[in-house]
Write a protein that binds this ligand. Structure first.
Ligand code: SF4
Length: 352
């Protein structure tokens, strides 16, 4: 990734067709609270979501955030400086005044960050850090990378395996280069040979992988996933506004989903209906929100928006996504916006 001389951002089309989208580099000049696609998300618990990269090498047909090479909604991707990210984590954790879990996840796949091992190392060195966990679909995972993450101090890997059948796995991942058998081998290695725990987290897409879910439960139990935490985290497919929706698939009702999980719990003798307490997650002091919904203020445009018709802006040491705009971002210019959403510490503004 090349940085521009003005030091603010770089653009990259990449050598691989998997990453042909503009990548915007988030360095020390940017606040790391306020955006859904990068930085830190505080939902008022003792767990902080840590988002180092929004890139993804897959294009899952059910993806709730329309990630990957086949994305139709994204205008740019973000990649965060890991020193900066770890420092913001430290400061927010200290503000909370208790031990805090670092959950490395993404609106993409965190393993796309070239310094992901370094990020885990840095988070591990922070006194306030308790558990470090990470989510991935595993395309970029290898036994040697798993070794490095283990040595760096990763406590748990949440690995999404949506089908064990190789051709169905490719179809669900929207990628014919996705080799589930390779991911399976790494999963076995992690469960049998590393300190870190493994949680298998399939997305159940009704009508597409119904028969795969019991096979995945058996697989997780067989390889010894769940040494300290539950071995499985089955996720329900939901249709999201900007997400991909597989043709002919209707999301299941929650009652139906839990009924089926209860049946499998009894059949396999394993906990499948999970609560935050199963992972030691509880309410904690929340970082204050500096904006009020409906408030108008001046923000400074600093870069491209994540989605089309958005710009990236900053104000009051927070990031604000300015939505409903057209054209290239007028970087450096101040514009007036109305704050239209502050939900979960993600800030959206509309130009006035
Ligand atoms: S579901 Fe995850 S791995 Fe699949 S495209 Fe979306 S972000 Fe990438």
């Amino acid at each position: 990734m090349k940085r521009r001389k003005n030091g603010t951002y770089s653009t990259k089309t990449g050598g691989s067709s998997k990453f042909r989208r503009r990548v915007f580099y988030i360095d020390h000049a940017f606040p790391l609270l306020g955006h859904i696609a990068f930085g830190i998300i505080d939902r008022g618990t003792n767990l902080l979501q840590v988002r180092p990269s929004s890139l993804c090498p897959l294009s899952c047909i059910f993806c709730s955030v329309d990630a990957g090479p086949l994305s139709r909604t994204r205008a740019a991707e973000y990649m965060v400086n890991i020193e900066h990210l770890a420092e913001w984590f430290r400061q927010i954790a200290e503000y909370k005044g208790e031990k805090v879990q670092a959950h490395i996840d993404a609106a993409g796949d965190p393993l796309t960050h070239p310094k992901i091992v370094g990020l885990v190392e840095k988070l591990r060195k922070i006194k306030a850090t308790s558990v470090i966990s990470m989510e991935t679909h595993g395309l970029l995972l290898s036994t040697s990378l798993a070794d490095k993450l283990d040595d760096a101090g990763l406590d748990r890997l949440n690995l999404s395996i949506d089908a064990l059948d190789p051709s169905l796995a490719k179809r669900l991942a929207g990628a014919n280069y996705y080799n589930i058998m390779r991911v399976v081998e790494v999963a076995k290695y992690i469960a049998s040979s590393l300190k870190m725990d493994l949680l298998i987290a399939p997305v159940w897409v009704p009508g597409l992988n119904d028969e795969e879910i019991p096979r995945i439960i058996e697989f997780a139990l067989e390889i010894g996933a769940g040494k300290h935490w539950p071995p499985l985290g089955i996720q329900k497919y939901e249709a999201h506004k900007y997400g991909r929706k597989p043709e002919g698939v209707k999301p299941m009702r929650w009652s139906e989903f839990y009924r089926k999980l209860e049946i499998w719990e009894q059949e396999y003798g394993v906990k499948l209906i999970l609560k935050p307490e199963d992972f030691g997650i509880r309410k904690a002091k929340r970082v204050p929100c500096p904006f009020k919904k409906g408030e108008t203020l001046r923000v400074r445009v600093v870069g491209p928006g994540w989605l089309k018709n958005e710009w990236l802006a900053v104000a009051r040491n927070r990031v604000v996504s300015v939505v409903g705009v057209e054209g290239p971002p007028p970087v450096g210019r101040g514009i007036r916006v109305e704050i239209i959403s502050v939900k979960d510490g993600i800030y959206l503004g509309a130009p006035l």
